[in-house]
Design a protein. Sequence first.
Length: 373
Amino acid sequence: MLPFDPLLNTRILGTRISANVSTLVVFCLVSGGIIAGLGSGTAKITEWSIGTLIVLASLFAAIALHTGARLVAYRSMGVSIRQVHLLSFGCIFQKANPELSPRPGSIVGLVGLATLVALPGAAALMIAIVEPGTGDREIPIAIALTLGAIVTIQFLPGLGLSGGDLFRSLVWYLTDNIIAGARIAAAYAFLIGIALMATGLGVIGLGGVRPYLGIWAIVAGWQLSAAARLDVLRTQWFSLAQTRTLAEILVPAARIPESSTIDAAIDLLVAAGADAPVLVISSTGAPVGILRLDNLRAVRRSEWSHHTVASIATPMDELPHLPADTFVIETLDVLDRSNKPFVVVTSPDDPGRRLGAITRTALTGRLHDRISQ
């Protein structure tokens, strides 16, 4: 969550999973600290290491169960998930398409809470089975403490939590406004985050396991507040993407004749930037190709004066074409399916008339600019 915090990525069953290194460090620190705080101080490093690994495995298993159940519920409701990001209180989702009604969020919230209900009971059962007064009792107690912290925060009505999914959907249903639901749930998330950080600061100087739970509370509160802010922005973005067309987003691009040399195009390319294409025009004035800085890699610098822009441009015929009255959200679906960097924008009245081209980055960036206005 910090600018200098490395981000780890992997794919599991086709879903991209990511986590910041700092989050994994916090999990290890809290798990190992709780085991150490519950111990008598005479435990060997091997015993402490094994106990820490068991607590970590239990914690990750619970988060995986909770996240997996929510993921299946979202997909069954027709909401695709582009990425799952691990935080200290669980996982948050980056959706590939918006929810069209409060129903998916409410069902996902209920499913998430249902998977968490059994966890405290399972931890309590483990504690009851182990004979009191033995060192083996430390591990189930540590598991109960870590799982209890996760379960408690997930039941709260903050955006990004299972309880927040339910609360957001309820406000959305009552106001008929998804942005209002997100903002009110985010406000609760900010309050919960402040309360967690204040609690963590209050107990971090105490003894036993409390300093380690305090560290977790501080990090969880901060991450929850940041995640809620991003979720509100994504909600606003999706709301705009469903109502804005390509004609409202498209910016006129620079043009260059197909017979021009690469040298002659340099100034235009630099002025346009990496995600603003230059249109290559035929002798009749019709756009036939797209030129970007990336296209220059096909020819050595010493040969730029001997090659035309037409020889390195991306042919428009190879790219998906959409009329200018297409909504942005539909355009993103086309880009995802085609796996192409551009979409060519055509006239709604004349599909053969090409108005320009736009990249995913430019598309999303211009919507974000409208949100910030």
